[in-house]
Design a protein around this ligand. Sequence first.
Ligand code: ADP
Ligand code: LRH
Length: 537
Amino acid sequence: DDGAAFAAVDLGASSGRVIVGRVLGPPGDQRVELHEVNRFPNTPVVVGRRAAVSAGGAGGADGAGGADGAGGADGVGGAGGADATTLHWDVLALYRGVLDGLRAATREAGTLAGVGIDSWAVDYGLLDADGALLGNPVHYRDPRTAGVAERVFRTVPAADLYARTGLQVLPFNTVFQLVAATGSAQLGAARRLLLVPDLLAYWLTGEEGAEVTNASTTGLLDVTTRTWATDLAATLGIDAALLPTVREAGSTIGTVRPDVLAAIGHHGPLPVLAVGSHDTASAVVGVPAVGERGEGGGDFAYISCGTWSLVGLELDGPVLTEASRAANFTNELGVDGTVRYLRNVMGLWVLSESIRTWDAAGLPADLADLLAAAARVPALTTVVDVDDAAFLPPGDMPSRIAAAAVASGQTPPQSQAETVRCVLDSLALAYRRAVREAARLSGRTVDVVHVVGGGVRNELLCQLTADATGLPVVAGPVEAAALGNVLVQARAAGVLDGDLAALRAVGARGQHLRRYEPGVLVRDESRWDAAEARLHP
Ligand code: ADP
Ligand code: LRH
């Protein structure tokens, strides 16, 4: 028996993939086998435009995509005019990658039992009254949101926003993007806002909606009721009629349109199933934690480690205290009524963008070589606060890292290897901070850290994470988001049943997991505190 086959579409900030997940084995001993059938780059594009958005908008800044080391062009009151640019996602290229992937998945599986889509959060497409896409979605790293959050707080205080939405302040939260776009011709023509996975699901099925895990990243969802905060939207001048009906993971979105079925060569009806459409929500479902709790009776922490590192805990309800807000922890919604209590750490973006900078300058840029060289650099020579806003926009990361080192009174890295080591040590330090604060602020005890996502392949980073947190790290799977996507589809289709713990038990079976014990590279834990003190004296 080949088992039921599901297609998981997982769009990350660096690549998109379509993965066939088969549920194999008898009830009680089921497992999921993943097979990637298409992977395509997700490359943003800088596009010029005539003018900045008008009134209230903060657009018009240039600089995104430039290797200028500007540390974030200041978009407030940006001049706009002829040289204005916007950083866009190439959403049609992604859709083509999805269609190619579904065709390959159909060829491999014969018949698919479902399709589920997840992607990075916060970004959206706008549809006009005919249901046509109005322009290309804007990338969250576009500088149009610079200064917008601060302006919004003058209308609705940050504490009130947090009490309602539970969301950490990231400059690119959907709510701030919409305020930045206020008065634009495009927003004026818009009738519907669809988050990226919901937009792709709309193209496949014709059905509109907002899956709740991703909706929770907009800053417009009430974290307690799991419904749109329409009054909040109105207060901020956002037309709540743009927001589609909220749907929960596990529901059926619709069936694939006949023209699309023909394009992908699939015979017979093909349901599109709502999964945790925020990639991080699916990745958390895919965390192979055995049992509801961590190994020693405490909780497991997770690090969804890709372009971003999402570091936190799974909780039953939100933590909305002032201390939590001050620490910029977020309460994103998870599958099955859970809360993903986490912090965004800048992630492997800092490394990949460094490599892009070196490559453009004709310097060595092979990831494996650079990691091998970094492994030979002494630990904790230089650390930076990777969460500094300077690292958010595209650009010359090595220069920004050097500047940050100097600003904190340290010697800047002297070589590519030292720069890479600085990034990895600094990420591990940020993970230590985030895991400890998540536990403290939620009153939990953590006894194991699960690392999932592309960062699992970075053995040095995994070991440093164990050393920094002082906890065992269980690394894998790389494709946790696709796994979580498949698990939720399979349950929706009746192929699996049970709660998240039951799904995780199925997901964990047959995964190659690697365990890292603490204290291997950095034996003395106090060295991490000393490094922390260099950043926050
Ligand atoms: P996203 O979902 O955000 O697109 P991924 O989870 O695919 O990101 O992770 C991408 C990151 O994984 C890369 O930036 C890179 O740092 C890391 N990575 C991928 N392959 C390897 C590898 N072979 N060795 C070390 N790191 C790797
Ligand atoms: C990771 C991610 C993260 C969001 C960011 C925009 O891919 O979805 O959870 O904060 O992208």
